[in-house]
Design a protein around this ligand. Structure first.
Ligand code: M7G
Length: 179
């Protein structure tokens, strides 16, 4: 028998632009929706690993019905905890899998339903993992940020940064919370 997850999840992919005319909306597409542990592994084992993705692509894993955009009502008043891995020796494939499992297993938060999804950005100089939340409420966010640090195996001396989506849209935005 299959092992159901608490909620259904949709994997999205952002492909790198081939020309300047392609907008964010043209590049972002849903790939597949699933609701069991077994389906998750089937999908994970058949899609390219993080290290095989082209630069400027993203994976997004979000609760079904939530688009991985600031504009979605579930995201609009929230933000993201993020960390950039700049060291080429980082095992990003393992860390991304750990992030995915903590989100679909909902071990990244205790019962609050504050996490909407998780994003992997593949960029020229780094991989960024971002954990998207419903709120910007510091009391609710801090334990989630601390869990993300543990999931990403970050030492105490490294910090994850929280930025509200509202602030992300402004130039020179500073992280509002560090943990
Ligand atoms: P990014 O992928 O979050 O980070 O944003 P990066 O700067 O490291 O690449 C890159 C660009 O993608 C933004 O400046 C926006 O033009 C676009 N973009 C990213 N996100 C997450 C959104 C979104 O949620 N909504 C819209 N409209 N554009 C977005």
């Amino acid at each position: 028998s299959k092992h159901p997850l608490n909620t259904r999840w949709t994997l999205w992919y952002t492909k790198p632009p081939v020309d300047q005319n392609e907008s964010w909306g043209d590049l972002l597409k849903p790939v597949i929706t699933f609701s069991t542990v077994e389906e998750f592994w089937g999908i994970f084992n058949s899609i390219p690993a993080a290290t095989d993705l082209p630069i400027k692509s993203d994976y997004h894993l979000f609760r079904e019905g939530v688009k991985p955009e600031w504009e979605d009502v579930a995201n609009a008043r929230g933000g993201k905890w993020a960390f950039q891995f700049k060291d080429k020796k980082t095992n990003i494939n393992e860390l991304w899998l750990r992030a995915l499992l903590s989100v679909i297993g909902e071990t990244i938060e205790d019962d609050q339903n504050e996490v909407n999804g998780v994003v992997l950005n593949v960029r020229k100089q780094f991989f960024r993992v971002g954990l998207w939340t419903k709120t910007t409420d510091e009391e609710k966010l801090k334990p989630i940020g601390a869990n993300l640090k543990r999931v990403l195996k970050l030492p105490e001396t490294r910090q994850v940064e929280f930025l509200s989506h509202e602030a992300s849209n402004q130039r020179g935005a500073k992280p509002s919370i560090l943990i």
